[in-house]
Ligand binder design. Structure first.
Ligand SMILES: [Mg+2]
Length: 273
């Protein structure tokens, strides 16, 4: 769903982070779930339904190994931001459950890691039918303002549903490129915290990471952005609270915000490369 953008001809813009020196930027890459669209809770609930069914089948419910999935802390630490199969493997491994990997076309179930991932996807799709995902209210104006400032914008997501959800919510038309889980699979990109997805997205904007900002709500995504050499890493802590902000800073966020409202206000056209 990449579109020709002319991003390579954008003049550089300057972002003023809380730090002492403004930085020259040409592009902003946004994570999708939890940053642009209010879908992180739907993902977490779908994982809980999938994992809890499998925990009941695979472990003693009264043992630490078999306790229900925590869709707050365990979701954030072990699943959020990762590809579907990596999220499943990460959580199961944390409980000492080592299933065969299986294959991407395994049907929903509990026999393989791919089957657990497929069960989660089944739950997620069912949830979307019941309740459409909404866009965070400040997002359209934020993207309009960045584009008016000459800054290219893109979404990067490990989720195969992200492109579809961004299109349905009309956010995609405000973006210069969208790279979602379908593209990740096609290109064989590794899961976060590897920065490959973000680097590929910046490449499509013709902007090097050293001239780009990355906006993420997951700790593993912040770490990926840091590893990728992005000039400015903005953590999004929509739930508020110090613990969430500290977690994102500990992974390398330069600054943490609770929504995107202030982002365009920190950007002005600059002249330097
Ligand atoms: Mg996210």
């Amino acid at each position: 769903m990449e579109r020709s953008t002319g991003a390579g001809t954008h003049e550089q813009a300057t972002v003023e982070p809380p730090g002492p020196r403004p930085r020259s930027l040409r592009a902003v890459v946004f994570d999708a779930d939890g940053v642009l669209i209010d879908s992180a809770g739907v993902h977490a609930a779908a994982w809980k339904r999938a994992f809890d069914a499998c925990l009941r089948a695979l472990a003693d419910r009264d043992s630490p190994q078999g306790r229900p999935f925590d869709d707050g802390d365990e979701y954030r630490r072990l699943v959020d931001g990762r590809s579907r199969v990596e999220g499943a493997r990460s959580f199961l491994t944390s409980r000492g459950l080592y299933l065969p990997l299986g294959a991407p076309d395994d049907p929903p179930g509990c026999d393989t890691v791919w089957a657990v991932a497929a069960r989660k996807d089944q739950m997620f799709v069912a949830a979307l039918r019941e309740r459409p995902v909404r866009v965070f209210p400040e997002v359209p104006e934020t993207l309009h303002a960045l584009r008016r400032a000459g800054v290219a914008c893109a979404a990067a997501s490990a989720s195969r549903h992200a492109g579809e959800l961004l299109a349905a919510s009309r956010v995609a038309e405000l973006l210069d490129a969208v790279v979602d889980g379908t593209e990740v699979a096609r290109l064989g990109l590794p899961s976060k915290p590897d920065p490959a997805l973000f680097l590929e997205t910046a490449r499509r904007l013709a902007a090097p990471p050293s001239a780009s900002a990355l906006v993420e709500d997951a700790a593993v995504g912040v770490e990926a952005a840091r590893r990728g050499g992005f000039a400015l890493v903005i953590g999004v802590n929509r739930a508020g609270g110090r613990a969430g902000a500290d977690r994102l800073r500990a992974c390398g966020a330069d600054t943490v915000v609770e929504n995107l409202t202030g982002l365009p206000g920190r950007i002005r056209r600059g002249s330097g490369p």
